[in-house]
Write a new protein. Structure first.
Length: 133
């Protein structure tokens, strides 16, 4: 077997580290969601608008709150999943879970996609799968 085709312990260690880093990047995503919500709620405040025009209907802000909560829950969920995947890649357990998390990471374009594809390729090799048993 070609030595380049076999993932080394260093490759798996780095993959675990990148999953931790990706989970840490989620904090910035949550901060952005909070700042965006704060900005939009202040911009749609009828008292702040003054005589500039009609304020938006309250249902619009309710819909936006629902979207903000959804994005925040998605971010928190992917952060937790990536921390778990990082721990389990390091300990060589739960191969299927790590592959599923890699697929979910592919949704987050562009960096999550890169991490997801590298994880799928590296853990998809027979030698890596054998290390997880």
């Amino acid at each position: 077997m070609n030595s380049q085709a076999v993932p080394s312990d260093e490759h798996l260690r780095l993959l675990s580290l990148f999953h931790y880093l990706w989970a840490g990047c989620g904090i910035f995503g949550l901060a952005f969601i909070a700042l965006h919500y704060s900005f939009m709620s202040s911009m749609m405040d009828p008292a702040r608008m003054g005589g500039a025009g009609q304020p938006p209907p309250p249902e619009m802000m309710d819909m936006m709150r629902f979207m903000y909560v959804g994005f925040a829950l998605y971010g928190i969920t992917t952060m937790v999943l990536n921390v778990l995947a990082a721990m389990w890649i390091r300990t060589r357990t739960n191969w299927t879970f790590c592959m599923v998390v890699a697929g979910i990471n592919c949704i987050s374009i562009p960096l999550g996609t890169v991490l997801g594809v590298f994880t799928l390729v590296l853990l998809g090799k027979d030698a890596a799968r054998a290390r997880f048993r």
